[in-house]
Structures are given as C-alpha cells and as structure tokens.
Design a protein around this ligand. Sequence first.
Ligand code: SAH
Length: 395
Amino acid sequence: MAKATKVILKPGKEQSLLRFHPWIFSGAIQKIDGSPQEGDIVEVTGSNNDFLAVGHYQVGSIAVRVLSFVPCTRDQKFYNEKINLAYRLRVAIGLAESGHTNAYRLIHGEGDNLPGLIVDFYNGTAVVQMHSVGMFCDRKMIETALKEVYGSSLKAIYNKSEGTLPYKAGLEPENSYVYGRPESKEAMENGLLFHADWEKGQKTGFFVDQRDNRSLLERFSKNRSVLNMFCYTGGFSFYAMRGGAAQVHSVDSSERAIELTKTNVELNFPADPRHQAFAMDAFKYLEKAGSNYDLIILDPPAFAKHQNVLNNAIKGYRRLNAKAFEVIRPGGILFTFSCSQVVTKEMFRTMVFSAAAKAGRQVSILHQMSQPADHPVNIYHPEGEYLKGLVLHVV
Ligand code: SAH
C-alpha cells in the first residue's frame, strides 16, 4: 500500500504538474509531510493542499517522478495495466507478434508513463534497466507484470541496472538474470539477424532505436560504396548489404564492436567479400579515407551528455560532419545523426549547415529522421526526444 507521505509544493510551482510534466525538482518543494525513504510512493499536492500527482520519491535534483496524475495505488495491478498498454502499442505498430522483427523497446520511460524504467525485448529475453530508485524497489512487480503480459513467449528477464541507478542510493544492484535463461541471443530486425550482447554490450545490447532509419538506408544503398562510421553492432552495414551495396566498410574504435559487426554480417551474408571492418578512430579514418565513398553514415555516441559540455560537443559534431562532406563523392548521400538529448533538432541542423559550408559543398535535405514509435515521446516531456538525423544529398 502507498504510504501517506505528502510532498507539498511552493506556491506557483504546481504549474508544470498541471501541464502533466512528470518530474518534480527538489527546488519546487515547500515541505515534506513525513519522512519518505528513497523509492517510496509520495502524494504531491499544491500549496493549497490540492492533490496533483502520485510518484516515486528520490533524493537528488529530480525529487519525484510522477506515476499518475490521478490518485492511485502502486500495486501489481498498476504495473500489469501499464505494461500491457505498452505491449498493445507495440503490437499496434507492427513490432510485437510480428514475423520479421522480434527486437524492440517495450517500455520507454516517460514516453510510456513509467519514468525511470526502460525495457527492451530481444526474442524472448526482456532486458530491464532501472534509472530510478522507485522503479528498482518495484522490480518484483515489474517482473511479474512482464511474465503476465508475455506468458510463455518470455524466456528470461535480465536486470541491467548496475550502471544506471544513482550510486549514492547504495542499492548495489548486480546485473543478472532474475528469471529464466535465454534460449538464444540471436534476434531479428526486419528479417535480418543479429546477436544481441546485453550482458557485455553497451546499453541493453543493440540500438533498436535506429530500426526505421536502417530501413531507409537500405533503400539508398544499391550499387553504392558505403562507409558505416561508428558501426557498433553493424546494423547499418547489413541493411546496406541487403540493399545491394557494392561494398560496405564498417568502422568503430572498439575492437569488440568490430567483432560484433563481423559476426552479424556473417549471420546474414556469410563469406560475402563486399564487407570489411576496421577498428580505428573515426577522425583518423576519415583523414585518410580519400574519396572512396558515396554513402556515409555518421552515428557517433552522444558527444554531449550535459548542457555544460554542449559547445564542445557541437564543435566535435561539426568537425566530424565537415570531414565527411570533404570526402564524400559528388552525388553522395550522407546519413548523419546525433543522439545527444541536449542537442536540439535546430542546433543539429545549424551545425550540419556550417559543416557543409566549411567544406564548400552544395547540400540538400532529403529526409529528417528521429526515433521510432517504440521510443514514444511524451508530449508533456519533450526532453524524451533525443535522436535526430538528416539524410543529405551532397553535390
Ligand atoms: N551506429 C550504431 C550505434 C553507434 S554507438 C548502431 O546502429 O547500432 C557509438 C559507437 O561509436 C560505439 O560503438 C563506440 O565504440 C564508437 N566510438 C566512440 N568513439 C569513437 C571514435 N572516436 N571513433 C570511432 N568509433 C567510436
């Protein structure tokens, strides 16, 4: 049962909650009635004592993450309903229960009205990442709800919250299977196979957020000479190969990523001489690349994780993009991305504009890309929109 701890806001601070923003910053709090532990459920009221929301309490700058704007109890039924709703959405958008894709995001935090929770599904294994103490405290209910929603198609649950929970909370979670064991670590995206390494890989093991953009790339690939920069697991590479690319070069500074890319390309196109992979720094590679490519993908890691490093990050993106503009063949296609949440769509476009101008190329925008429908953006929480990209024609 929810405790009756109340968080009372300062006068005027209820505005963002009335517009359904799901975070309450510690500075907005007037007083706390009771002494909640981290992860406890609290009721939030305005200075006039009117009910506003129910959420998970946490010590830190975000003091409450809202679970509901109507009075409710956080219990098994609550999680069953929320997770079922998210699942039904993934069915509706053609992901869950599809014959050609069995890897997708089931829960995208605020976008699925479950702030602090990420769940990716890979062919029978649910990989769970908790970013808030409250979600971690509720993990048993979340696991039960996942089993309830998936039934026998759920073979394993892997909790990977070691690196995502606030260190100071002292929860010391260990990444581990909390239910079953995977039958296979191979999953499928639009009919292409890949090995998902959620135990050792980055994030939950594979970047499912690029699925739609990889499909778009496939359509541009015919007879092109492709450079997949920052390839990680090689997603863009094997789509380009299916699209009929003449050759595909995959580059990543991590040896492990190059191994994963080779494994994944091999799974789909065994012994195909069109593919080669190089463990090398992207900037160094572009420096010596010459004009060998007419389709380049730039999907770097988030250069800016915080507002205070934004300027340097923009400079880094500009340098990278300018280099690609310099080397790409006339008539080439550039797929360029940023997954930094603090870099807005407008900043990104301005950066690409100045990189193109620096390289002195004529450039047109063909497509504006973003994150797919299994990474929904809560309209009241625009911070959830992080992935942006452009498909450019370079003359
Ligand atoms: N495009 C990938 C995801 C990229 S993640 C996909 O579709 O799944 C970012 C990748 O950039 C990581 O694999 C990381 O190892 C690599 N990376 C980071 N810094 C790099 C650098 N300076 N040069 C080359 N690769 C780098």
